[in-house]
Design a protein around this ligand. Structure first.
Ligand SMILES: [Zn+2]
Length: 212
């Protein structure tokens, strides 16, 4: 696993689903280049009158959960007649576009070193190189990594890779645990049945004794 220079911090934006943005934060700042510009917004909604009938929290449309989040709010406001049907229709259409764009966003997901952390030195990035290097010195070649996407993954895992690895790890542990259970049953077929049977008998006896 590649470790990055300690002075490069991780963006502190937390997505609607509770996961943290995997991009590096701008140097000395809290958020990455993207999340510094786009923060969740509260937007007032109107029905017929001139007064706001409520507000919708608009997060970044960055994953399916955030789209779902807005979808629910619009549905609720529609049912409560707090938003005009035409406006709601347009929002639902926008959500549909956002949803169909998710796959493309996943495909375009940059590796950490491709995300600018020093916008003021962007002019110094050589063509075909990343803005900064995982080693902390200079730049990494973009081409070499793009030529072999599999190699890229082993070289520099993304946050999603890490999540997938965690899931695989949990699956493996679960499988090992089940195998151990099966093995202990084979060694001692009475192991599970016997104490429960004993207890059941005891209970029955207890109940029998207690009953008049
Ligand atoms: Zn971010």
């Amino acid at each position: 696993m590649v470790s990055y220079p300690v002075e490069i911090r991780r963006c502190q934006h937390i997505k609607i689903g509770g996961t943290q943005c995997g991009s590096p934060a701008l140097r000395g700042e809290t958020f990455c280049y993207y999340h510094r510009q786009y923060r969740p917004l509260k937007v007032e909604c109107y029905s017929d009158g001139e007064y706001a009938t409520g507000e919708i929290v608009l997060p970044e449309f960055e994953d399916a959960t955030s789209i779902q989040f807005v979808l629910r709010q619009v549905t609720q406001m529609l049912l409560q007649k707090r938003i005009e049907r035409k406006t709601a229709g347009l929002i639902l259409y926008a959500l549909q576009i956002a949803s169909s764009n998710l796959k493309r966003m996943e495909a375009e997901k940059p590796r950490p070193t491709q995300v600018v952390v020093d916008p003021e030195t962007a002019a110094e990035t050589p063509i075909g190189m990343t803005p900064w290097s995982a080693s902390g010195k200079g730049h990494d070649p973009e081409e070499e990594i793009r030529a072999d996407s599999e190699k890229k993954r082993t070289k520099e895992p993304t946050f999603s890779d890490w999540q997938r690895e965690q899931e695989r790890e949990r699956d493996r542990e679960g499988e090992e645990w089940r195998a151990q259970q099966r093995a202990s049953l084979v060694r001692d077929p009475e192991a599970c049945g016997s104490p429960a049977g004993g207890e059941a008998t005891g209970n029955e006896t207890g109940r029998g004794a207690g009953a008049p």
